[in-house]
Design a protein around this ligand. Structure first.
Ligand code: PLP
Length: 441
């Protein structure tokens, strides 16, 4: 089947995510992937600088993960996870508990990041109702994104993505986020003001609040907005002081994105609940984990069923996905992967320095393997039209880039070569120069 007939069928039958099909530019059929590269139907190659929506940490079609999946599929593909268990899930849960900091030892399985967040919020809320306490409020950070299901949308309402559903969301207060960038002279003042507001919130509503949920160190879909660990640490300390459960949504930041395996390792604070997904299976299969500590788990132990966490999905702890996650962890924990992430961080550093010379570009920032900058277009936010222009030009230059509105970011798989990443920065510089000289930017 050739490219155009495949696309015709797609146009006829498929509803694509986060897409305005009427105005969105193009749709490309991907034939195969290898490492950091994708190959399209027409033979064109693209360097995947977004790790295919942030999931593909070890590149495409990694042979070790593929082999682990194949082996597990021939042994046990799926089994009911209530009343039954299996070795891949047990191995995965114990390995995850082993690498997570502190007492994060109790693992609940589900199958995407949004659901991991739903589970975390339900755990936190029910941990109070089970004990007869009335704590029903949730507090988040401005601009947060926690996923697309209803509780996750409620927590991320301030991102502005979900205005159509506003009447159906529950109220979540959002605290200011002192996000920062290279040579930001105001960072301290912003942090002080944000902490003062947080303090006021906890003084007033702390006793009614069940959970604080945050994306540690970098807000992803909200525009790769980065903030300092010291601020987060101070915020979390206030929440804990008020008896509020702290949830770290590490769906994006987990599995090495910010440098260490988990972003929370960059501060001296262990959350009560952590949500993991995207990089978990190396981008092969959908799976997520909500991990908490033993004392929260014990609040759900009772003679009555209604005190248990009444949540579960058909594919909970799918053995094949567990096998993929175990194989992905082997690669991640190899010292070579740590070196690769450090290489990426260093290339980002140099690359951003080069880009800073360009006009109409500001707020360069990076944490670990994530680099970002704002394009000073006349529009901002996710809907900025400069985004489609960049996507189009990037495709023509053999790069897969998908700006979040006017925010251009790079989040490559860890297997990307130094030359490929350096080359990408060179191409991006030329692309942006052309956009500026053509008055598109
Ligand atoms: C992507 C993302 C989610 C949602 O995960 P899905 O698997 O897309 O449902 C939640 N939180 C954060 C921080 C994310 O980046």
């Amino acid at each position: 089947m050739n490219d155009s007939s495949l696309l015709q069928k797609d146009r006829k039958h498929i509803w694509h995510p986060f897409t305005q099909a009427r105005t969105d530019f193009g749709l490309a059929v991907v034939k195969k992937g290898e490492g950091a590269w994708l190959e399209l139907e027409d033979g064109k190659r693209l360097l995947d600088l977004v790790s295919s929506w942030w999931v593909n940490i070890h590149g495409h079609a990694n042979p070790a993960i593929a082999a682990a999946i194949s082996e597990q599929a021939g042994k046990l593909e799926q089994v009911i996870f209530a009343g039954f268990t299996h070795e891949p899930a047990i191995d995965l849960a114990s390995r995850i508990a082993g690498i997570l900091p502190g007492d994060l030892n109790r693992v609940f399985f589900s199958d995407n990041g949004s659901t991991a967040v739903e589970v975390a919020l339900k755990m936190a809320l029910q941990s109070y109702s089970n004990r007869g306490y009335k704590r029903t409020k949730v507090v988040a950070l401005q601009g947060a994104y926690h996923g697309d299901t209803v509780a996750a949308m409620s927590a991320g309402a301030s991102s502005g993505f979900f205005d159509a559903y506003q009447p159906f969301l529950f109220q979540v207060h959002s605290l200011p986020l002192p996000h920062t960038w290279h040579e930001d002279a105001n960072v301290e003042a912003k942090e002080t003001a944000a902490l003062a507001e947080a303090e006021q919130y906890f003084a007033e509503f702390g006793q009614e609040t069940a959970a604080l949920i945050v994306e540690p160190l970098v807000q992803g879909a909200g525009g790769m907005r980065m903030y300092r660990p010291s601020f987060l640490q101070a915020l979390c300390a206030m929440a804990r002081q008020a008896g509020v459960q702290v949830i770290f949504d590490e769906v994006m930041t987990g599995f090495g994105r910010t440098g260490p395996i988990f972003a929370c390792e960059q501060l001296d604070f262990v959350p009560d609940i952590i949500c993991l997904s995207k990089g978990l299976t190396g981008g092969f299969l959908p799976m997520s984990l909500t991990v908490t500590n033993e004392s929260l788990y014990e609040i759900f132990l009772d003679d009555r069923f209604d005190k248990s966490l009444v949540h579960g999905h058909s594919y909970t702890a799918n053995p094949i996905a567990c096998a993929a996650a175990l194989a992905s962890l082997d690669i991640l924990l190899d010292p070579a992967c740590d070196r690769a992430r450090k290489m990426i961080a260093a290339v980002h550093e140099n690359g951003l320095e080069r880009l800073r010379e360009l006009p109409r570009l500001s707020r360069t920032r990076a944490v670990g393997t994530v680099a970002a900058m704002d394009l000073d277009s006349t529009e901002s936010g996710y809907r900025a039209s400069i985004s489609s222009e960049i996507k189009k030009q990037a495709m023509e230059n053999g790069l897969l880039l998908r700006p979040l509105g006017n925010v251009l970011y790079l989040m490559p798989p860890y297997c990307i070569s130094e030359d490929d990443l350096n080359g990408a920065y060179g191409k991006i510089a030329i692309m942006l120069e052309k956009l500026v000289s053509g008055n598109a930017l």
